[in-house]
Each structure stands twice: as C-alpha cells, then as structure tokens.
Design a protein around this ligand. Structure first.
Ligand SMILES: C[S@@+](CC[C@H](N)C(=O)[O-])C[C@H]1O[C@@H](n2cnc3c(N)ncnc32)[C@H](O)[C@@H]1O
Length: 195
C-alpha cells in the first residue's frame, strides 16, 4: 500500500492503491465501472488533503462533493479541516451505503449529509466549496449548472480535469510518494460577472 494511505486510519475500506488510486475493498471490481463518463476510482487521502488545502477549507465552509463516493472528501473536510458542514450526492448504492456507515462509525452525522441522488439535480445553493472528481465529459455537462446555481465566490476544486470554459485561479501539480506524477488539481471561483 502506498505510504500516503498508511497514515490514515479512518478509511478502513481502502484495501490497495493502484496507479495511485485507492480502490474500495468491499465492492467487487466488476461493479466499479458504472457508466461511460464517470470513472469509479476514489481519490487517495493524500490528494483529498491537497484538494481541501488548495480550496483553503475552514470553519465557515459548507463543502459539497458531487459524486461523493464513499464520503472520504466530506469526512476529511469536516474532520481534518473543520468545515462546518459537508454534503455529498451519490447515486451508487454501494458507495452511498459505505459512506453512511463510515459517517455513522465516526459519529459525524450531525455535520455530514449524503443524499442518494443525481449530482446534476443537486441543490448547491448552500455550497461555499464544491469538490469534483469527474470525467471531462461530465464536467462539461455540470458546468452550466455551476454557473447558474453556485453562489458568487464559491470555490470549485476539480481533481484531474479542467473546467474548460473557465480560467483556474490556481493549478497544483502533484507527485505521488512513488514518484509518479498525478493529474493536477484545479481551483476556480464563481465570478461576480456570472451572477
Ligand atoms: C471518480 S468517483 C469520485 C468519488 C469521490 N468524489 C472521490 O473523489 O473519492 C465519481 C463518483 O460519482 C458517482 N456518480 C456517478 N454518476 C453520478 C450522478 N449522476 N450523481 C451522483 N453521483 C454520481 C459515482 O458513483 C462515483 O462514486
């Protein structure tokens, strides 16, 4: 297992890391490919932290993860970065259940909500930070929603893929402890001109 994951003891379902990506042990590999444009790999704890750091998540933030997997970004936002609230949308039953059970296990139900629902229909009006780990195609589809529904100043942190229409305010290049490069993380904010 990569070094980045050993120090994390609250992601018990991570069994191994392949090409830097954490793989859930409890869900059969064959079910990890849900549809054509949403890769079903989860973000390694190291990159979760880098994303939340880049977005400067703090006590005042309400952090959303659109396609929240097993809830790891939500959990880290609240537990490690002190976010006041975190909300995830997840359609996959296995991931949804895994996130509920982990949130309960960590007694974080008061601060974290996971909705079993479509990210394209998410109510994002409360978000101050939105995390994305979606394919370029899915990002293209969700961009108009972000432009229309996210508040001015909301930070959007996208792992791996750019929001092509927008100019990032920061780009962070990352290297795994193995020395292999990871795709960058992009940070954006919703400009006043869109509101
Ligand atoms: C690449 S994974 C990222 C998971 C998590 N955000 C992370 O970084 O570890 C994308 C997630 O989106 C979920 N997903 C796919 N289509 C969705 C949809 N329409 N609405 C909500 N979640 C969706 C998948 O089940 C998967 O858990």
């Amino acid at each position: 297992m990569a070094q980045c994951c050993q120090q994390i003891n609250y992601y018990p379902r991570i069994k191994r890391v392949e090409k830097g990506e954490a793989v859930l042990s409890s869900i059969p590999q064959s079910r990890l490919y849900l549809d054509r444009f949403l890769p079903v790999v989860l973000t390694s704890p190291y990159i979760v932290r880098e994303m939340l750091q880049l977005a400067q998540v703090g006590r005042e933030d309400v952090v959303y993860d659109l396609g929240s997997g097993d809830g790891r970004i939500l959990i880290a936002a609240v537990k490690e970065f002190g976010a006041k609230k975190a909300i995830g949308y997840e359609t996959n039953e296995d991931f949804y259940q895994a996130s509920l059970s982990e949130i309960k296990h960590q007694d974080l139900q008061e601060k974290i909500t996971v909705i079993k629902g479509d990210l394209f229909k998410a109510d994002i009006s409360e978000a101050s930070v939105i995390a994305l780990y979606l394919s370029p195609e899915a990002i293209k589809l969700v961009t108009p929603k972000l432009e229309k529904e996210a508040n001015y100043g909301t930070r959007i942190v996208s792992r791996g893929f750019e929001i092509n229409k927008w100019q990032p305010i920061k780009v962070k290049n990352l290297t795994y402890s193995t020395g292999n490069p990871s795709r960058p993380i992009y940070l954006y904010t919703i400009p006043e001109s869109l509101k």
